[in-house]
Unconditional design. Sequence first.
Length: 289
Amino acid sequence: MKKIFLVISLLGVVGFCPAQSRSLDDAIRESVSYFAGRIPRHAHIAAVPISTGIQGLSDYITDRISYALVNNGSFTVIERNQKSLDDLNKEIVYQLAGNVSDEKSLYLGKQLEVQYIINGTFIRVGMVYELNLKMLDVEKARVVGQWSAGNILRSERIASLDIITTQVRVDFAGVNLNETEQELFIEELRQTLKEIIPNVELVGQEERSAYYFVITINSQQTSVPIVNTTFIKGYASIAFFQNGRNVQQSNRKEISETNQEWFLRRAVEKINADKNFFQVVSTIVARGN
């Protein structure tokens, strides 16, 4: 009997939304209606930053919750901007893009002089999202109710905010290239990535990164006595590494030019023209995030 009573008690403070697809605003409205039935009307309440891992997305979700609380009409909503966040310790409010623990939420609730606080998480699960919200009684420091909704659709607005910038280093192997020659490769690579993988940021070789490209250039000078001239022959290739492991390797781009400058320019063109390679890299980065 004790076990049965425990299950019933837990279900009394947890709300679940059926698994059909829904918009973010629909999910938030359903959660607000649930919370409205658990506290006195016109109780003072505020939403603290929802944990998303991305500051802009966190602010957007938190604002949508605040709007829904206001429009519901059952609460007295204290907006976060009604008091200076400087006075409320920004470090607590914005730490880790809205990753505010229950303890910090309660502290913030006391600073805002509200009775209840809503915090939670918004996470991506494949191509949809899951919203998990929790309402805390600030004075009693206890959970009043929890709400969870899955299968939230990825709107254009969410997609525009849900972009994690992945830092990628560029290393070179084979022929020693000077700084100007390396920059030629890096700049063209940056332009290619902007078109195919816009959430990737190239960083200096001194930076530590889980991801990095290795551009290999091998060349040698070859004489052709009959025409009394020389050629630079060799190949270029690019590989993508994740945590020290080669996860994607291009084929060798065979090149023959009359001098080193043109050889390198041709190498840059051939590497950046390998769209299949970069499409695979895009998939790897997306999966890693």
